[in-house]
Design a protein around this ligand. Sequence first.
Ligand code: TYM
Length: 334
Amino acid sequence: METTKKVILTGMQPTGKLHLGSLLGAANNWRKMLDSCDCLFFLADQHAITMPYEPAELRKNTLDCVAQYVACGLDPKRCKIFLQSQVIGHTELMWILSCLTPIGQLERMTQFKDKSKKVGDSVCSGLLFYPVLMAADILLYSADLVPIGDDQKQHLEITRDIAQKFNCTFSETFTIPEPYIGETGARIMALQNPTAKMSKSDPNQNSVVYVTDSDDAIAKKITGAVTDSGSGVSFDPAAKPGIANLLNIYAAATDSTIEKSATQFEKLANYAPFKRTVADAVIAKISPIRDRYNEIAKNREYLLSLLEDGRQEAQKRASKMMAKVCRNAGFLGN
Ligand code: TYM
């Protein structure tokens, strides 16, 4: 008997190059679901305009990110890759969902509070509505599972709340999605400050390893990572956040577990050989991705055609769901 595959949907903002966090916390896990699930991967280019940006840069980054998705192993023959802005439905659904979402709940979101601190009074309302657009992305495709890193957990919770509210207020319409958070790599920390998340916007770029970095740059950044006083290698995020982060990176890069990785290094008397081994593992992970990316990025026609293929499938599903939502929300429809 044929069983229906679970629908997996997830995405990233095309704000530049993928880094070790988005690779190990996200794309690496997505790749493993290609055959067992019905996979939809998109680029959240509409989310990317919630912070100040340059249009030409956004256009370039978007296509570069598509090439990086494919280079990371997201084979477009086994999944659909599309752009949020090219499918009619995301922002339409966001509007309907926003009418069910209390403003106080949005104001309490951690990411909104953090990001709005950075931009002060000029914070745009799009940043406040960011989680509602994310809920629309997910609910539009009846996603069963949403693979995310730790930092997106709160957004998934609000998505579930909004879906339940719509289902209860009107009628059963949305699938309630579950988050999927990998055992390793869910929170990769900045190499120069292991108590903060690795992020592209880090002012100290030695904190961030990109999938486009050269082997030398990767080695320099990893061996130069801030570690803790003492010498033993053990997994203790509170007392030894730097070492814990490198162990997490190593486990995720080698598809191992933190426990096994910690055992592997427990007899080392100092950090230098440990850091070198972590650097080698990261280089082994990233260098084939970087080489593939350099090839694929040159082929603009190929990238545009896979996006068109993804758009057509996504639009088919989105239009069907929007018709159902509009009917259940009381619109006369077309
Ligand atoms: P974004 O672009 O910030 O990140 C993309 C994915 O990478 C994960 N991630 C990390 N994981 C571990 N350690 C890190 N340092 C790290 N940094 C990033 C994120 O958790 C995420 O899974 N709002 C989303 C994009 C989005 C989305 C969606 C995702 C829009 N709509 C619907 C899923 C479903 C975001 O900005 O991710």
